[in-house]
Design a protein around this ligand. Structure first.
Ligand SMILES: [Zn+2]
Length: 399
């Protein structure tokens, strides 16, 4: 069913130019007004696709996988986790650009230091099912650019994309486990930010383009990744002319993504464009649009803030989840920091039904968030010796 756009294409294109330039500084996010117009008009023409249980973490059960590198650190499930934030691939690097080479190094550095990917949905639901001695990490991928995920003309996945790199890394390191990437999509942005570069053009028939978008969404869902809404085309919510416009950008954005997802897929995560809130803050997590249709975002992602607390923590607010921007040197520095002093690093006890924490964190335990889970206090990690070499504090064991 074709959706009617409720704003002028010109305004959409102008807004898109402004926000993408601010977010990514040009490069492959550069757009033209005509391209934005075309893509806004072409959005959401797909019908709701296939059935299937899309919410579960798909792929091989983790219990069948090797544990991989872990730490000897005692559990601390009131520690913090990084919700990493990536945007475009390219060079030179900046706050919103990572080279593919460094993205691949990030995967290896995290894996080898005992980190394992989980989705935002898993964090929200407290379903952090990773081996004892490891730390969950969420990968959020903003703006759906072509360098993130692309199929080549022969139908094969482009290995020189973030998804392509992830797939080959996982093949070589099965302990990395299923899923863990959260794709924050702009369904009506201009090329190359419309479903990772799938924009209408004269050479590509609409049916073919939509089939490719559906193939990408299927791959994401079936491999245990997560789809996240990032608004229709990245307009700043603080610049909406009223609350209804902000709600339309979110609600219609969600509809336009869902057009390519299984009918029962529930989008729970929403990323604020540029971290900007609408005047009516609650519009970020719930609202109405189009004659009473409703949306609800259980998780609202900020654009910055550093490592995040988790649902067992009294300081957890799913409507304002901090993220960690993978700016040049930032992730490397944070990994060194937690190696030198793991006091605030989340360390799993290996059992999603038990929440283990040291006495020093007990004040932050939110018992009402436990559901049927058991909380237990455990001995703390030894404090790092003054002046100790960072690597000595938390060595990762080989598998
Ligand atoms: Zn963005």
């Amino acid at each position: 069913m074709r959706m009617e756009m409720e704003w002028s294409r010109k305004a959409a294109a102008a807004a898109l130019l402004a926000v993408l330039a601010a977010c990514g500084g040009g490069g492959d996010a550069a757009v033209s007004e005509s391209a934005a117009g075309d893509s806004a008009g072409a959005v959401a023409t797909g019908d709701s696709a296939a059935a299937g249980g899309p919410q579960a973490s798909a792929g091989q059960p983790r219990s069948n996988l090797p544990a991989g590198p872990t730490t000897d650190l005692p559990p601390n499930e009131l520690g913090r986790i990084m919700v990493l934030e990536y945007h475009r691939t390219g060079s030179p690097e900046g706050e919103f650009v990572r080279t593919l080479d460094n993205f691949r190094k990030d995967l290896k550095a995290l894996h080898d230091a005992g980190y394992r990917p989980v989705t935002m949905r898993q964090v929200l639901e407290g379903n952090i099912d990773i081996p004892r001695g490891t730390t969950p990490v969420v990968f959020t991928m903003d703006d759906a650019t072509r360098g993130q995920f692309y199929y080549r003309p022969d139908g094969s996945m482009d290995p020189n994309t973030m998804m392509g790199s992830w797939v080959s890394f996982k093949e070589q390191n099965p302990s990395w486990g299923p899923g863990g990437m959260v794709w924050c999509i702009l369904p009506a942005a201009a090329h190359p930010s419309n479903f990772f570069g799938e924009t209408a053009d004269r050479e590509t028939q609409r049916e073919q383009r939509e089939a490719t978008i559906r193939k990408k969404m299927e791959f994401i869902v079936q491999n245990g990744h997560e789809v996240c809404n990032h608004t229709l085309y990245h307009a700043r919510l603080d610049r909406a002319s009223n609350a209804q416009q902000a709600m339309d950008w979110i609600g219609i954005g969600e509809d336009s993504i869902k057009a390519y997802l299984p009918a029962d897929y529930d989008i729970v995560t929403f990323a604020l464009p540029l971290g900007m809130w609408p005047d009516q803050k609650s519009a970020a997590w719930q609202g109405t649009y189009r004659d009473g249709k409703r949306y609800e975002n259980k998780v609202v992602l900020e654009v910055s803030g550093g490592p995040s607390v988790t649902p067992w923590d009294t300081r957890w607010d799913p409507h304002s989840v901090d993220r960690f921007i993978v700016a040049p040197g930032a992730l490397e520095a944070q990994l060194r920091r937690w190696e030198a002093d793991p006091t605030h690093r989340y360390i799993s006890d290996g059992d999603p039904q038990t929440i283990s924490y040291p006495a020093s964190q007990a004040q932050y335990l939110n018992r009402s968030a436990l559901g049927g889970r058991t909380a237990r206090e455990v001995p703390a990690a030894a404090a790092p010796a003054a002046g100790a070499a960072p690597a000595a504090a938390a060595p990762a064991k080989a598998p």
